[in-house]
Design a binder for this molecule. Structure first.
Ligand code: PGA
Ligand code: ZN
Length: 416
């Protein structure tokens, strides 16, 4: 049993310099848990609502004072002095208190900050490393996820110089996180060198720390990624493969996919993705189709199944109802799990369980707006994610997670 003494939250800043929340949860035995929440830019429309002040006089309307107050006042009044036997008991109480379908009254940011700070406080109370406590919440056995590391960015994360959002690298044959990071660093340096030669550009990075040169097209982005892998001395596909976040919802309009100046209908988009997959060493395609184009997703599934992961982010929004539909309609075969899309650890654990039971792969993911908090690494390990997606290896809010994985690898003796 964990009796809560008090919860409170403050407004802090994320990696884009935008406000987000940090919550503090104190248990009556004096154990403390603190956690901050991330924030997306390329959000799905079915995501739980992130409460912002909308006061144009502060942070262009993005302030989180109201959400912080909801934690320190209303949520605190509702849970202080109460015993919660489990994470689920607390999360159910928060969900009921909010009373809306998308957590829009108290804010999913407010609710998640409390959910996560409570988990940290409970882990402290139990004397457990956070990943072990997360594993107990979901009934999983901890293991290290394979990193999916951002190399190039476009789309909403890089001023839309090309339509697609992210090209990432994975190192299928690496046997440790340490080896993965060494190899990815070689590829990143080779890519940065080519950036200077080809585009006369300094190493400027996008929201998730990836490189964002003015590529002429998405095709060129893939081609340059393959060249960087080769220039670093690795064999594309076997030694270093690519994954892509197409983020197609963000260039779908009036029934067409507006891809780098072209206007593609549903089947042309499916064909285009399949061409990319045949031409380049792509092993996973995230959000290949618009979040509402369920028929498009089924067509893409039919085309790609068994050749690359068909990974749902905006389509699924870590929402068990949408995941159920995607399983039934054969619309995807992998889940991008972002806890703040749904707003509590308990609902995210349900999403994980559904996806795992269907034999799906799970990618535990950060957001484009992150903080130095590293709970995501523990979550990916504790929930035994197949992959972790955190962004590039250049910014501290990303490195906090990679460095935590290295700690878990070395001090906890965990492996893939
Ligand atoms: P977001 O992007 O955090 O801006 O939503 C990440 C992603 O699309 O995977
Ligand atoms: Zn995405």
């Amino acid at each position: 049993m964990s009796r809560i003494k008090s919860v409170s939250a403050i407004e802090i800043l994320d990696s884009r310099g935008r406000p987000t929340l940090l919550a503090n949860c104190e248990l009556s035995d004096g154990k403390l848990g603190r956690a901050s929440v991330p924030s997306g830019a390329s959000t799905g429309s079915a995501e739980a609502l992130e409460l912002r002040d909308r006061d144009p006089a502060r942070y262009a309307g993005l302030g989180c004072l109201k959400a912080a107050e909801n934690v320190s006042q209303e949520i605190n009044r509702a849970i202080a002095g109460r015993d919660f036997a489990s994470q689920e008991a607390l999360d159910r109480c928060l969900i009921d208190l909010d009373g809306t379908d998308n957590k829009s009254r108290l804010g999913a940011n407010a609710i998640l900050s409390v959910s996560m700070a409570f988990a940290r406080a409970q882990a402290a109370q139990r004397g457990l490393e956070l990943h072990r406590h997360f594993a107990d919440i979901a009934g999983t056995v901890p293991r290290l996820p394979k990193p999916m590391i951002n190399l190039y960015s476009g789309g909403l994360h890089a001023g839309r110089q090309v339509a697609i959002q992210d090209v990432q690298v994975v190192v299928p044959g690496a046997s440790t996180i340490q080896e993965t990071l060494t190899i990815v660093s070689d590829v990143f340096r080779a890519a940065a060198k080519k950036l200077h030669e080809n585009y006369n550009m300094r190493l400027l990075t996008a929201d998730e720390g990836g490189l964002a040169p003015p590529f002429a097209s998405s095709q060129e982005m893939f081609l340059e990624a393959v060249r960087a892998i080769e220039a670093a001395g690795y064999k594309p596909f076997d030694e270093v493969a690519l994954t892509v976040d197409v983020a197609a919802s963000h260039f779908f309009e009036d029934g067409f996919y507006h891809l780098d100046g072209e206007r593609l209908d549903r089947m042309s988009m499916v064909n285009r993705i399949d061409e990319w997959r045949r031409e380049f060493p792509i092993v996973s395609v995230e959000d290949g189709m618009d979040e509402a184009d369920w028929d498009g997703w089924s067509a893409l599934y039919e085309r790609l199944r068994g050749t690359a992961m068909i990974l749902g982010d905006d389509l699924l929004c870590t929402n068990p109802l949408r995941i159920r539909r995607a399983i039934d309609e054969k619309a995807a075969d992998s889940l991008l799990l972002k806890v703040n899309q749904i707003g509590t650890l308990t609902e995210a654990a349900q999403a994980l369980e559904l996806a795992s039971a269907a034999g799906w792969k799970v990618v535990v993911s950060a957001r484009s707006g992150e903080t130095e908090d590293d709970w995501l690494a523990d979550l990916a390990v504790g929930w035994a994610g197949d992959y972790i997606k955190v962004g590039s290896i250049t910014q501290s809010e990303r490195l906090a997670k990679y460095n935590r994985l290295l700690q878990l690898e070395h001090y906890e003796g965990l492996g893939f």
